[in-house]
Write a protein that binds this ligand. Structure first.
Ligand code: SF4
Ligand code: SF4
Length: 356
């Protein structure tokens, strides 16, 4: 059985109140043993797509930074490039969005450093021997960091039913190539109406899989699915399909999560924000109303237990499952079952609520 600690909290808490709760959870969940003096510590979070208002509060990130600094570590905030058209599809704009959403050095006390570099190509292939992949592509800085705090926002999700720590780990720490493989592993497609024939994608393609004759064309037999053409095309002419969702996508995400968890034995902690839980995730770029009243902040060293505790708490508070309020056709618990099968943690949970 794994222990998960809960601090009742809400998004409108004052910064000092949030800081005190985060610090209490830090000690209760043993993060002072996870993060040590001299560690380069990654705080993996989602800074929110432009247009979204309900992402994790910068106050929570700032409080974690303070705890890391007090432990003698060198924290940095981090995330990876997204697959879709977004200001978060390259490192420069991603860092700017982070600053605009309150995650700048001046406010949180740590820099935002894209984990997979300027165009989502800084990656390390890691052996996992999972159900779907022998090896997976993980953002380099995630593996190079000595310790990680996985700071997740609980939400519904259109592909997986819900998203929490496992999705933040598995999809959020994968490089662009890793994300492409999770969704389907097929080559991207060129939208010939948008393509100007500029040739940038062909110059960057590491597999020489692109030829440009008025418009670009991808040779599927040569393509290795790295996704670099998606990143470099400024005309948004390179598209990828979202492929499959449901249990298969969840298991493919967990295969990637396994690479991160196993690389950081005893050096990874999880803090999940169960506040402003919305139907869709923070990638949606729109204002959303929360599905239920805020629950609080959860902390643990077990990614399976913290997910189970989150789903149990939502069901107890709302009287129904998170997926039933977001995407009822999806069973989000497939990711928990497979993560337990992969040995990432335990779904038997002892929930300990901190005194108010
Ligand atoms: S970078 Fe984009 S616009 Fe330029 S050739 Fe490639 S697909 Fe076409
Ligand atoms: S995904 Fe990578 S290998 Fe495939 S065409 Fe694009 S740049 Fe080339």
């Amino acid at each position: 059985m794994s222990t998960v600690h809960l601090a009742a909290a809400c998004a409108s808490d004052r910064p000092q109140v949030t800081a005190a709760k985060v610090r209490a959870l830090w000690h209760a969940a043993g993060f002072d043993r996870v993060v040590a003096k001299g560690d380069l510590t990654a705080i993996k979070l989602h800074v929110g797509e432009p247009g979204t208002k309900t992402f994790v509060s910068p106050d929570v990130a700032a409080a974690l930074v303070r705890c890391c600094v007090d432990a003698g570590a060198k924290p940095f905030l981090t995330d990876t490039a997204v697959l879709y058209r977004s200001e978060r599809d390259n490192g420069v704009d991603h860092a700017r969005v982070a600053a605009e959403h309150g995650f700048g050095l001046d406010r949180v006390g740590a820099p935002f450093i894209p984990a997979d570099g300027l165009i989502g190509a800084d990656e390390i292939e890691v052996r996992v021997d999972g159900k779907h992949f022998e090896t997976v592509a993980i953002a380099a800085a995630i593996l190079q960091a000595r310790s990680i705090i996985v700071l997740s926002h609980a939400t519904g999700h259109l592909g997986t039913g819900y998203g929490g720590a496992l999705k933040n780990l598995g999809m959020g720490c994968a490089s662009r190539k890793g994300k492409l493989r999770q969704h389907h592993g097929r080559p991207p497609k060129i939208d010939s109406d948008r393509c100007t024939g500029c040739g940038s994608c062909a110059e960057w393609c590491p597999a020489h899989a692109i030829e440009v004759d008025r418009v670009a064309r991808i040779d599927a037999a040569k393509c290795i699915g790295c996704g670099q053409c998606i990143a470099v095309c400024r005309d948004h002419a390179v598209e990828h399909g979202w492929g499959f969702g449901g249990a298969r996508l969840q298991q493919r995400i967990v295969d990637h999560a396994a690479a991160v968890v196993r690389s950081k034995q005893g050096k990874i902690g999880y803090l999940t924000v169960a506040e402003q839980i919305t139907k869709d995730c923070d990638c949606m770029g729109k204002s959303q109303r929360p599905l239920l009243p805020d629950i609080g902040l959860l902390a643990a060293q077990d990614p399976v237990a913290i997910e189970q505790a989150l789903l149990d708490l939502v069901r107890a508070r709302a009287g129904r499952t998170l997926e039933s309020m977001s995407y009822p056709r999806l069973d989000g618990s497939a990711q928990i079952r497979y993560a337990e099968e992969m040995g990432l943690g335990e779904s038997q949970v002892e929930l300990v609520e901190l005194p108010a």
